[in-house]
Design a protein around this ligand. Structure first.
Ligand code: ASP
Length: 351
């Protein structure tokens, strides 16, 4: 009798604990990416991998400090993206790739899920942190998207920091540019793996002339303690892109989207496909209109729609309950996440 009672009691307690766990939602969630592509173990030396993991962790820490403190998702994603823009290892801000004319043309966008306010810039030069300019467009201009010299002039009125060409010049990216020029095989995406078979070990680090291992558009999405969502993306685009080419990253609804009703998304991949698949908005719309979970919606767009079209890449996404998803249809994606319930974790490869 005693045994039976205690068995029943244990069963109830266990069930209770399980249910509690299941319904426990994180107070905040932050997810980041540093680009998707042909990122396999043989392409990164242990030193380079450790460096990149360290920078992803630093980006998570910068954003989490804000969320933990009760700050906004918007501030958290801005801080996280700035850390990655300041690193030469990502194709955004400092480590941006070069156009066919040997210049850096930067694209960025940001969206506030509370108000559906959004800001974006495309083809801007010498802007140290394009995410800050996108945010200024959202908060300080009557517009959503500004381009080129007009956006740069606006930046000057907003005290947005600039940097000279030398700041953006990394040997690695210049090597990719030279390589693309020599091969004359047109624009190269960060996630291209055209010469994968020929790649020597550590190609990404040791051989700047190997233009086929480029990764690094950056992005962040977050849910804050107030239940608000935000998303942001920043990129140099694709190596050897035509002057004036714009990818998905600064396009609201393609590379970036946030809506408190559903989710926040930042994308990385072959922009020409992501624009036509309206990737970021589609994931949130699937949740909103058809009741799919975040994971189902994200998988449907990235692993099905994009694959059918031939578009490589991935996304990071968080929903209004703090669930997150990070699907990618490439070999790898630099990524990381942290929630009020889970310690920071970064990943690179599929496994
Ligand atoms: N989506 C970016 C673009 O097409 C590139 C990338 O994410 O690697 O400009």
């Amino acid at each position: 009798m005693w045994l039976r009672t205690s068995l029943i009691l244990t069963l109830f307690l266990t069930l209770g604990a399980c249910m509690k766990e299941e319904t426990q939602k994180p107070e905040y969630t932050l997810v980041i990416h540093g680009g998707a592509g042909t990122i396999t173990r043989d392409k990164l030396t242990p030193e380079k991998e450790a460096e990149i993991r360290g920078e992803l962790n630093a980006a998570l820490a910068a954003g989490e400090a804000i969320l933990k403190d009760g700050g906004t998702a918007l501030d958290a994603i801005t801080a996280a993206i700035q850390v990655m823009e300041n690193s030469p290892n990502f194709n955004a801000g400092r480590g941006a790739v070069f156009t066919a004319e040997g210049k850096n043309e930067l694209d960025s966008s940001i969206m506030d899920g509370r108000t559906l306010d959004a800001g974006a810039v495309s083809g801007v030069k010498n802007i140290k942190n394009p995410i800050l300019l996108a945010r200024a467009v959202m908060e300080k201009s009557p517009h959503v998207m500004m381009m080129g010299t007009g956006a740069e002039k606006f930046a000057a009125t907003q005290g947005i920091e600039t940097a000279d060409d030398a700041y953006f010049h990394t040997d690695y990216r210049w090597g990719q540019y030279e390589d693309a020029k020599t091969k004359k095989n047109g624009p190269l995406l960060d996630h291209d793996g055209k010469a994968e078979e020929e790649a020597p070990k550590g190609a990404m680090n040791d051989d700047p002339l190997n233009g086929d291992y480029k990764f690094g558009t950056v992005g962040a999405v977050a849910l804050d303690k107030q239940g608000s969502l935000a998303a942001g993306t920043s990129t140099g685009g694709m190596t050897y892109k035509m002057h004036g080419r714009v990818g998905d990253s600064p396009i609201i609804g393609a590379g970036t989207y946030a809506n408190n009703k559903s989710c926040a998304v930042s994308a990385t991949g072959h922009g020409e496909f992501f624009i036509r698949a309206t990737v970021a908005r589609n994931v949130c719309a699937l949740m909103e209109y058809s009741g799919k979970s975040l994971q189902q919606a994200a998988d449907r767009i990235v692993m099905q729609e994009l694959v059918e079209m031939g578009g490589d890449g991935g996304i990071i996404a968080v929903d209004k309950d703090g669930n997150y998803a990070m699907p990618f249809n490439t070999a790898g994606m630099f990524r990381g996440h942290v929630t009020s319930l889970e310690a920071a974790k970064v990943g690179i490869y599929k496994d």
